[in-house]
Ligand binder design. Structure first.
Ligand SMILES: O=C(O)[C@@H](O)C(=O)CO
Ligand code: MG
Length: 256
C-alpha cells in the first residue's frame, strides 16, 4: 500500500458477518484500522479478541441516535433530551474503554437555532472532560441534508466555531468527503481551511455512496491530494458495497 492508510468502516462493510469476523476480513483485505458505527450489541470480549488477533486499531464509535424509527439521528444538540444524550455518551465511553477506541463521534441530531447550538456545546464540553482523562477524543461530523434532512451540523465552518467555543482541545471534525461534496464540494480547499481541527477523514462515491471507483469524485486524485494538503491520518472507507464487500475491493489496487 502507498502512503495512504485505510480504515474499514464496519458499519457498512462486511455487514453480513459478525463484527469480530468483519474485523478479520478487514485485516485480510489490507485495511490498517477499523471504525464502527453502533457496535453495542456485540460482546466486547469477542470483539477484543479479534482486534488483538489482527492488531487493528479502532478509530471510532458513534453515540446512539435515539428513536431511529421516528427519524431521530442523535440527541446531543436537541434541547430537552440532555439526560438521554449523556447516557448515550456514557455508554459509548464504557464500550470504548472496554475494547480500546480512539474517538467517539457525538451525534448532534435534528434541531436548529441558538438553543440547540448551546445545548450541543454544553454536551460536548461535558463529554470531552469525561473522555479526555481516558485518552478518548471527541469527533463531530457535518452531514449532508439530502440524506439527513434537519440535521443540526451540516458545515465545517459551523463545526470549527463549535470546536473553538468548546475551548479547542479534545474535539475535532470528522471530514467526510461524501457529505462535503454534496454540501458544496470544493473539498481540498475546505480541507486546507479546516485542517487544524480535522480529526478523521472518510470517503465514498458520490452520489450513490458505493465503492469509490466511479461518480463525481476521483479518489485516485483526491486522497493523495489530501495527504499533500497535510493529512497524516487514516482514510475511512465508509461506503455501502454494491454487492458482497470482498467483490468490490478493486478500488484499493489503484493505491498500491
Ligand atoms: O457519514 C456518516 O453517515 C457516518 O460517519 C456516521 O457516523 C453516521 O451517520
Ligand atoms: Mg461519515
Amino acid at each position: 500500500m502507498s502512503d495512504l492508510r485505510f480504515s474499514a468502516n464496519l458499519g457498512f462493510l462486511w455487514t453480513d458477518r459478525s463484527l469480530p469476523d468483519a474485523v478479520r476480513a478487514a485485516k485480510v483485505a489490507g485495511f490498517e484500522a477499523v471504525e464502527l458505527h453502533w457496535p453495542y450489541e456485540t460482546d466486547t470480549a469477542q470483539l477484543k479478541a479479534a482486534l488483538a488477533e489482527t492488531g487493528l486499531p479502532v478509530l471510532g464509535v458513534n453515540t446512539l441516535r435515539g428513536d431511529v424509527a421516528a427519524g431521530e439521528f442523535g440527541l446531543a444538540a436537541v434541547p430537552g433530551r440532555e439526560e438521554e444524550a449523556r447516557r448515550y455518551f456514557e455508554r459509548a465511553l464504557g464500550y470504548a474503554e472496554a475494547i480500546g477506541v480512539a474517538n467517539i463521534h457525538v451525534m448532534a441530531g435534528k434541531s436548529e437555532g441558538t438553543a440547540a447550538r448551546q445545548c450541543f456545546i454544553d454536551h460536548l464540553r461535558w463529554a470531552r472532560d469525561l473522555a479526555a482523562p481516558k485518552g478518548v477524543g471527541i469527533l463531530i461530523e457535518p452531514l449532508n441534508l439530502r440524506d439527513v434532512p434537519g440535521y443540526f451540523l451540516t458545515d465545517c465552518a459551523a463545526a470549527a466555531d463549535i470546536v473553538a467555543d468548546c475551548g479547542g482541545s479534545g474535539i475535532r471534525i470528522m471530514f467526510d468527503c461524501y457529505h462535503m461534496q454534496i454540501m458544496g464540494g470544493d473539498i481540498v480547499s475546505r480541507f486546507q481551511r479546516f485542517r487544524d481541527v480535522i480529526g478523521h477523514v472518510q470517503f465514498a462515491a458520490v452520489p450513490d455512496r458505493t465503492e469509490p471507483d466511479h461518480g463525481e469524485l476521483d479518489h485516485a486524485w483526491l486522497l493523495p491530494e489530501l495527504l499533500r494538503a497535510g493529512w497524516h491520518g487514516f482514510f475511512g472507507a465508509e461506503y455501502k458495497p454494491r454487492g458482497k464487500t470482498d467483490i468490490g475491493l478493486n478500488w484499493m489496487t489503484q493505491f498500491r
